[in-house]
Design a protein around this ligand. Structure first.
Ligand SMILES: Cc1cc2nc3c(=O)[nH]c(=O)nc-3n(C[C@H](O)[C@H](O)[C@H](O)COP(=O)(O)OP(=O)(O)OC[C@H]3O[C@@H](n4cnc5c(N)ncnc54)[C@H](O)[C@@H]3O)c2cc1C
Length: 370
């Protein structure tokens, strides 16, 4: 280590996804000197670029969970953030459609949403048919607060505001090791220009790499490091005309929200993600899955033309539970959890992490301000 340069800074954020950038911006705007270290060649190429770009309302999560609280708050913050900066965001709304016995589950979903402070409107019969004539459903819920956002534009804005506040992003800077010391954290950065950084505060926002990084953090108690699970979700695009102006979801399935229809900012349809448990993050898209997608979507949209489905991309959810469980909350670990001052670990930041990112950032800044 003695042959490497040692740099000093106040706060280091590991990972330049939407959450790391939001955290770094929040810390820099409080007057801290902040460096973001990103192992990849550019910001936002991890989970943050492989998702549905949906602004979730906060419907399904248990009411006392961080996911519920931070999704609802983060959604409000996100509409304000993007709206006031003229960034692409669109409150297009979302349908949750149900057939037969699934209709009973709509009532439970509506009740859960209401406990989370989220309004859903019940539709059935001819009035629903006139709104979504091509969709087969006996009843549906409409969420007016759900929307879509251009996540890359949002991250670019976060980065700009981080830099305006004096912070900086360093790419191709993988964090290989962290040593907890009385004065803070000694951080070993690999890559093309290896060095050590000394920081009083460290935020582990490494997405799919957060648990691996925690394992290389000397001084962090083992019981604070959760077991990682990964669930891949594949998307198919659907180029060409379609009749949809809002998102359409089936009732949720274990591990995910069911293969749903989302729109991008250009109004183009894509379907996904499905749920496939994998041993390690792997972004392969198997084009053969098109027929499974078609069968799943045709249950509620019989006119889907399978030949138009194009394999698009895959994302991997950094989960804290396996297929046998149905829910794990975000873990935002501060000193009260692990005993180390100035350290925050972010584990299991899967959906609705994009929606919640600004609220997560405020929570981390609060923890570090104490
Ligand atoms: C299939 C799918 C669909 C989703 N859909 C939605 C949605 O519609 N709406 C929503 O709100 N949320 C959604 N999410 C969740 C959302 O995308 C994530 O919660 C969010 O993007 C997480 O951001 P992040 O910054 O934590 O992680 P990331 O974007 O993965 O950023 C982490 C960064 O850390 C870097 N890194 C890792 N290890 C190291 C290291 N040792 N040193 C330096 N850098 C390192 C990585 O290269 C990466 O760039 C979805 C997720 C998935 C997988």
């Amino acid at each position: 280590m003695t042959d490497l340069d040692i740099f000093q800074t106040h706060s280091v954020v590991v990972g330049a996804g939407v959450v790391g950038l939001a955290v770094a911006r929040a810390l820099a705007r409080q007057g801290r000197e902040v460096i973001v270290l990103e192992s990849g060649p550019r910001f936002g190429e991890g989970v943050s670029s492989r998702n549905s770009e949906v602004v979730h309302a906060g419907i399904y999560y248990p009411e006392d969970s961080l996911k519920a609280e931070l999704c609802v708050k983060g959604r409000q913050d996100l509409y304000e953030f993007c709206g006031s900066r003229h960034l692409p965001i669109h409150k297009c709304g979302k349908w949750i459609v149900a057939q037969g016995p699934e209709v009973e589950r709509l009532a439970a979903i509506k009740a859960q949403a209401s406990r989370n402070g989220v309004d859903l409107h019940w539709w059935e019969g001819p009035s629903f048919k006139s709104r979504l004539p091509e969709v087969n459903a006996h009843a549906a819920l409409f969420s007016p607060e759900t929307g879509i956002v251009d996540s890359h534009a949002m991250m670019l804005a976060l980065l700009g505001e981080l830099e305006d506040a004096g912070g900086q992003l360093i790419c191709q800077a993988p964090v290989e090791q962290v040593v907890s010391e009385p004065a803070g954290y000694r951080i070993r950065v690999g890559g093309q220009a290896p060095c050590w950084l000394q920081a009083s505060q460290l935020v582990n926002s490494a997405g799919l790499g957060a648990i691996a990084l925690a394992q290389r953090l000397e001084g962090l108690p083992d019981q604070c490091i959760p077991r990682p699970f990964y669930a891949r979700g594949v998307y198919f695009s659907y180029p060409g005309k379609h009749p949809f102006r809002s998102l359409v979801y089936p009732v949720p399935e274990p591990g995910g929200l069911g293969i749903h229809l989302t729109l991008d900012m250009a109004g183009q349809v894509r379907f996904g993600p499905d749920v496939e448990w994998v041993e390690t993050p792997d972004f392969t898209v198997d084009g053969q899955r098109a027929s499974q997608f078609a069968a799943s979507v045709r249950r509620w949209w019989p006119r889907l033309d399978e030949r138009r489905l194009q394999p698009a991309y895959a994302g991997v959810r950094p989960k804290l539970h396996g297929p046998e469980d149905s829910f794990a909350d975000f873990q935002i670990q501060g000193q009260a959890d692990h005993g180390l001052p100035g350290l925050v670990n972010l584990f299991g930041i899967e959906s609705p992490g994009l929606t919640a990112s600004l609220a997560i950032a405020d929570r981390v800044a609060d923890l570090l301000g104490q």
